[in-house]
Design a protein around this ligand. Structure first.
Ligand code: NAD
Length: 252
């Protein structure tokens, strides 16, 4: 496989959760490669800020709301299902409404968006679906039942999209990171440092990356580089896969 700079000037992308972290990095990378980008987030101000940085379009949408999802554009060549949230609690105490919300945002919304965007991709004979999953789409951890169930669901959905999309030039893959340096994780580090009475570096090494051989947080830009790479012509045969960017976590 060869790879060079990816040019996607004639493409339109839609990135969910584009106001922050990995989603924002994906918006910047896709726009820098020439795509026009729809930035979708429930944080409307954040979406407008990021869209403004790249001359894209902002959509203030709560992905848990199927009617709001139904109003999003369908003429999309590159769909990045990225928005997500976490809730940590033991199974026997896990709030059912929180579990259900996480499935809606992280599985049902990607399904609705894929379903809506496929006809346009099929008509053009080209499409890229990139689902930001997680190591937790491939491995389980205690106290994260909703998140682990949703990410495993997203991995399954992505494979079905790959099989159905193949005759139409549409690929679908999961990018499955370990811990990435984003506001979500930085807040967890601060909280854990206070709780354990240790400094932030020690939290990263001993708590978050306890099971991970490579003891460094991943940068959001590196995830975005891989998402962009999946949009290049060299990646046309890579479909139905999960690409773990996890510092060796899934090798253990
Ligand atoms: P983040 O909190 O920085 O960004 C998530 C974005 O999603 C936010 O802008 C938020 O407003 C948006 N969002 C959440 N719920 C939404 C909803 N109902 N409707 C619309 N937008 C909504 O998080 P991040 O770390 O960049 O995570 C992005 C994705 O990457 C998530 O799917 C997450 O599970 C996944 N991921 C993150 C890590 C990590 O370590 N940060 C690791 C593996 C996977």
């Amino acid at each position: 496989m060869t790879s060079g700079p990816v040019h996607i000037h004639e493409r339109t992308a839609l990135v969910t959760g584009g106001a922050s972290g990995i989603g924002r990095a994906c918006v910047l990378a896709l726009a820098a490669a020439g795509a026009k980008v729809h930035v979708v987030d429930r944080d409307g101000a954040g979406a407008r800020r990021v869209a403004g940085e790249v001359g894209g379009w902002a959509h203030a949408v709560d992905l848990a709301d199927a009617e709001a999802v139904a109003a999003l554009p369908t003429e999309v060549d590159i769909l990045v299902n990225n928005a997500g949230l976490q809730h940590v609690a033991a199974l026997h105490e896990f709030p059912p409404e929180r579990f259900e919300l996480i499935q809606r945002v992280m599985v049902t919304a990607p399904f609705l968006l894929i379903r809506r965007c496929l006809p346009h991709m099929y008509a053009r004979g080209w499409g890229r679906i990139v689902n930001i999953s997680s190591v937790h789409g491939l491995r389980a951890s205690a106290f994260k039942s909703a998140y682990v169930a949703a990410k495993h669901g997203l991995e399954g959905l992505s494979k079905v999209a790959a099989i159905e999309g193949a005759p139409h030039g549409v690929t679908s893959n999961c990018v499955s990171p370990g811990y990435v340096r984003t506001p979500l994780v930085e807040n967890q580090i601060e909280a854990q440092a206070r709780e354990h009475g240790i400094d932030a570096d020690q939290v990263v090494e001993r708590v978050l990356l306890d099971r991970v051989p490579l003891k460094r947080l991943i940068e959001a830009e590196h995830i975005a580089d891989l998402v962009l790479w999946l949009c290049g012509p060299h990646a046309g045969h890579l479909t139905g896969a999960s690409l773990p960017v996890d510092g060796g976590w899934t090798a253990t």
